[in-house]
Design a binder for this molecule. Sequence first.
Ligand SMILES: NC(=O)c1ccc[n+]([C@@H]2O[C@H](COP(=O)([O-])OP(=O)(O)OC[C@H]3O[C@@H](n4cnc5c(N)ncnc54)[C@H](OP(=O)(O)O)[C@@H]3O)[C@@H](O)[C@H]2O)c1
Length: 281
Amino acid sequence: MSQKVAVVTGSSSGIGYETSLILARNGIHTYASMRKVEGGGSKQIIDIAKNENLPLQVIQLDVNNDKSVTEAINRITKEKDRIDIVVNNAGYDLMGALEETSIDAIKAQFETNFFGVVRVMQEVIPIMRKQREGIIVNITSLGGRISFPLNSPYHATKFALEGLSESIQYELEPFGIKIIVIEPGGVGSNFLKNLKMSTKMSDPVNSPYGSMQSSMSEYLKQWAQNTMHPSEVARVILQAVTSENHDFRYVVGKDAAMALESRRNMSDREYQNLIKKQFNL
Ligand SMILES: NC(=O)c1ccc[n+]([C@@H]2O[C@H](COP(=O)([O-])OP(=O)(O)OC[C@H]3O[C@@H](n4cnc5c(N)ncnc54)[C@H](OP(=O)(O)O)[C@@H]3O)[C@@H](O)[C@H]2O)c1
């Protein structure tokens, strides 16, 4: 059997970086794709791949850009003639009260977290359909199932991705294409460093949402101390894509499992009260 071929978006850091490495370490020819191939993440992963003699190549792919996605996927199929696994991982978080967040910022959030995934899927589905097999892994989030204040555009993108993934699995199953959804809780990656804030979020004194923002800042400080290493998410992705009988959905992290369990056992009102207490609302 020929060697499996994978492509992972957003491999310059965090979950994408670790996923590219673990797939390659398990014998899957992996294209670690990233929008900036000159950066530190690129050099680091190339050095590791060289030292360990891994089947890993770095490739430029900006999920926001049609041409970049098409060129990357074309190059992979030209070199390998197939794509078995795609991990749609690239994404970031936009925070702020909806009222204080520009439409452009919200559109940009959707462009990466949602349309970026659609763009990659539309390129790879025809290839996988012709192969009559393939696995598409969409990294959503605990935030694709439940939501917190001051983060509505991010949640909207991840809820949207959950809905898209659920629907499309039926459409793709007859062609042998499988969809897997990964829902991590807090991960200690570059996620907080890469977080974008609405302009007014950085000016809490003059915002009607100021006190809510202070609670959120406190929450984020605590959150950052209780995150898991991105390699834990990567391990679950490897397990899912190599399983003969994988699940549709994988919740990763104790925090995510506990939050979803509480949500399941509470009414909407009870759950809202819990969140309000958590954020001093
Ligand atoms: N961290 C968490 O707590 C957490 C929890 C649940 C879900 N997630 C999800 O997990 C995924 C990975 O996040 P992470 O935690 O690993 O954060 P991260 O370390 O910030 O990694 C995000 C990756 O996405 C890339 N990216 C952003 N925009 C891109 C674009 N237009 N084209 C290609 N790549 C792009 C970044 O590249 P650059 O280096 O070029 O910016 C980076 O490689 C995201 O979808 C996130 O929503 C994260």
